[in-house]
Each structure stands twice: as structure tokens, then as C-alpha cells.
Design a protein around this ligand. Structure first.
Ligand SMILES: [Mn+2]
Length: 398
């Protein structure tokens, strides 16, 4: 009968983050992180996961508040049927006197605190390898040699925090060479460090499977949208005949992993064109409607609202009043003004001034009407006309 192990793979939770950019919301955002962790625990229960793999940066720092550590310890103890493995990362290294040394975890939890070691789980026919960051950087690979005797009859899982590199590329965060990964002997490498996450991939078609789960909740406007974890099953299938000879193994591993959303509140970039708005109220309503169309829990998210469109002088947004009104409706928002001024080309083209001359030059034989112009002509005119009045930044600050 096929042997299968159910796993949940996560990393980079950064529990206890300071959220310095959101001082008034920081405490709530930290509570959200905890809720996300609870969602992961709930997923383990619901799918009766055999393993919970945490590939580093569970905490933001190696000395988090004791109350937070105790909370996590109790949550992990609440899933005794799930074996939990933790490989500390560069943010929460297993340095002397860190939380990893000072916490007594429940029996189902194993923390890798040194160089490569393995734990056998005979009831699952599985072996889990892991190693820890022991300081905030690791310019040399944490694991240099091949895994110590990967067992051909077991499912071999590798849990590591680090950066997969190719060729001569280096990394200050445990460089994991793709070449090494191919031959290390693992069947599935559960990785952490890349917050963006990468789908489960297989090296060379026959090599190990590996994946970055990505962070399960965003912490800023560089981590947009819904975040989640990887979960699924690794199944060991007995091979026969020619297939055995191909890689010398009696078994092949089928990997069926999927992505599961676990974050509640999201960081979102919301482009809103206010070119048709005639007054401040219309701008306000357009922004809210756009947010509303996006998601049913729209009020709870954090927004970077990017305003665009050509607007007349007296309507230039970004006013404190607009921001204050929006802040009453949304959990958090900031405005990025990328609007352009609605210049009247027809009258400008008649002006005997430097601006008039510039407009005539760019229009050439074209009609003085924005709608008749090509994209490039429009851009040149917008930037040029703005430059007559104010400094035009190369790229607006986000
Ligand atoms: Mn991280």
C-alpha cells in the first residue's frame, strides 16, 4: 500500500514585528499575525496534518516577548497529533540564550538548533532533516555535504531557511546551491526566506521537489494581496522493473501540494482613475466604490491608493481632508498622487508664450485635442507642461 504523509509548509511569519510604518495600527497588526498563525493551526487540525514544517523566521527576532513565545508554545501543544518541525532563520537564529534554548516545547515539537540533523518518524515512514541559523547571517551554506544517509525506503524531507542560488551567485543567508539540492538526497525540500513564495517545483524532472511557501501574511506594501501556506501530501509509490533502475530507488515520491490562503487583512495597491470626477465628493465616492468592488472585507484592508487621470487645477487630490475622510472608512490608507493636470490644449496652442510654443512644437500637425494624440505625444506634453510649473520627479515616491 502506498505510504503517504500529510504536510503543512510555512515560513517567514515574523511574529512580533514592530510595524514601524504603521505606529497607530501596529498592535492590531501584531494581533493579526497571531490570528494568521491560529489559522495555520486550524488547517493542521482540519486536514489532520501529520507534519507542520516551519522553515525559519517564525519570530521577528531571537528574543521575542515571553508572552508571545508562550502563546505560540501553547498553540503548538494544542495539535499533539501533528509533529511540528522548526528550522530557525536569520531573524530568529538559534544563537546562545535565544528563545529556542529557553523554551520547553511540547513533545510534538522539534526545533533544529545546530548543524544538520535528522529525526525519524517510523509511524510515517518519514525522516525530517533540518539545520538552524545560529546568527543573523550565514554567508556559508548551513549544510555543506550531502544529507547524512538519506534512507532510500523513507520519505526524506529537508527543512531549511536560505536562498536558492545558481552558478557562482552568493548569498549572506545560507546559499543553497541548486546543484547541491539536486543531489542532496531529499525528496521534498521545505524552504523559507523568499517572502514572495514559489510554487512546488521538481528539479530535472526526477530530482527532489522543493518549494518556498512564502510568508502567510503581508507586513507592508511590498507584500501585497492574499498570503498563504502550502499543504498537501507526499506519497511514496513502489516502483517496479525499469523504473527502479533509473535512480536506484525502490520508490518514487508523488507530491500533491496546493496553496491555501490564511491571511485575513491584506496590504493592497488600489489604482483609481479620477479623471471623470467633477468634485471632491466624487473622488471620495470613486475610491470607496473601487475598494468595495475589490473584496467583501474591503474595510479591513490596508490600501495604497494610486490616483491617476487628468484633473483640473482646483481638484488636485491628496488633501488632508480627503485622507481623513478615507481613514474613517478604511483600516488604513495612504494616497499616491499620480494624476496629471487637465490642460486645455486648444487655448494653450494659441498662446504667445514659451508654453504655447512648446505645445505647438509637440502637436506638430495634430489636432489640439488630448483624445487625438498618441501615447507618447501625451506623455511628452504632460511632463513638459508640468515642468513649466514645478519640478517633475522622475518617479513619484510610493
Ligand atoms: Mn523572512
Amino acid at each position: 500500500m502506498a505510504n503517504a504523509v500529510r504536510i503543512v509548509h510555512t515560513a517567514d511569519l515574523h511574529l512580533g514585528s514592530p510595524f514601524g510604518y504603521f505606529p497607530e495600527r501596529a498592535e492590531i497588526l501584531r494581533a493579526d499575525q497571531l490570528r494568521t498563525f491560529m489559522n495555520i493551526i486550524r488547517l493542521c487540525l482540519d486536514m489532520q496534518s501529520d507534519l507542520l514544517l516551519i522553515a525559519g523566521d517564525l519570530f521577528e527576532q531571537p528574543h521575542p516577548p515571553l508572552s508571545l513565545v508562550n502563546e505560540i508554545r501553547d498553540l503548538l501543544a494544542s495539535i499533539p497529533e501533528t509533529r511540528v518541525f522548526i528550522a530557525p532563520g536569520n531573524h530568529d537564529p538559534a544563537e546562545p540564550d535565544s528563545l529556542w534554548q529557553n523554551t520547553s516545547w511540547s513533545k510534538n515539537v522539534h526545533v533544529f538548533t545546530g548543524g544538520i540533523e535528522s529525526v525519524d518518524l517510523p509511524h510515517l515512514n518519514t525522516r525530517v532533516y533540518g539545520a538552524a541559523f545560529q546568527s543573523t547571517a550565514a554567508p556559508e551554506p548551513l549544510v555543506r555535504a550531502l544529507l547524512p544517509v538519506p534512507h532510500p525506503d523513507l520519505i526524506n524531507i529537508l527543512l531549511l531557511h536560505g536562498e536558492v542560488i545558481t552558478g557562482n551567485q552568493g548569498s549572506a543567508y545560507n546559499p543553497i546551491s541548486i546543484q547541491w539540492l539536486k543531489t542532496c538526497g531529499a525528496d521534498y525540500a521545505a524552504l523559507g526566506h523568499t517572502h514572495q513564495g514559489e510554487p512546488v517545483q521538481r528539479l530535472d524532472g526526477t530530482g527532489p521537489w522543493y518549494a518556498y511557501s512564502g510568508c502567510p501574511s503581508g507586513r507592508g506594501f511590498d507584500e501585497l494581496g492574499q498570503k498563504g501556506v502550502l499543504y498537501g501530501t507526499l506519497t511514496q509509490m513502489e516502483q517496479t522493473g525499469a523504473a527502479v533502475a533509473a535512480n536506484g530507488s525502490r520508490f518514487r515520491i508523488l507530491t500533491k501540494m496546493a496553496w491555501h490562503p490564511v491571511s485575513g487583512r491584506q496590504f493592497l495597491a488600489l489604482p483609481v482613475n479620477i479623471g471623470n470626477c467633477m468634485d471632491q465628493e466624487a473622488i471620495f465616492q470613486t475610491i470607496l466604490q473601487t475598494a468595495q468592488q475589490n473584496d467583501s472585507g474591503w474595510r479591513d484592508h490596508l490600501y495604497k491608493i494610486i490616483l491617476s487621470g487628468a484633473v483640473s487645477d482646483d481638484l488636485l487630490p491628496g488633501s488632508l481632508f480627503l485622507l481623513q475622510r478615507l481613514q474613517r472608512e478604511l483600516f488604513f490608507c495612504k494616497l499616491v498622487n499620480r494624476t496629471t493636470r487637465a490642460y486645455d490644449l486648444r487655448s494653450l496652442a494659441k498662446e504667445q508664450s514659451l508654453m504655447g510654443g512648446f505645445v505647438r512644437q509637440i502637436l506638430s500637425d495634430a489636432e489640439p485635442d488630448w483624445d487625438c494624440l498618441g501615447v507618447q505625444q501625451r506623455q511628452v506634453l504632460q511632463i513638459g507642461l508640468q515642468a513649466f510649473e514645478r519640478e517633475v520627479p522622475y518617479c513619484e515616491d510610493d
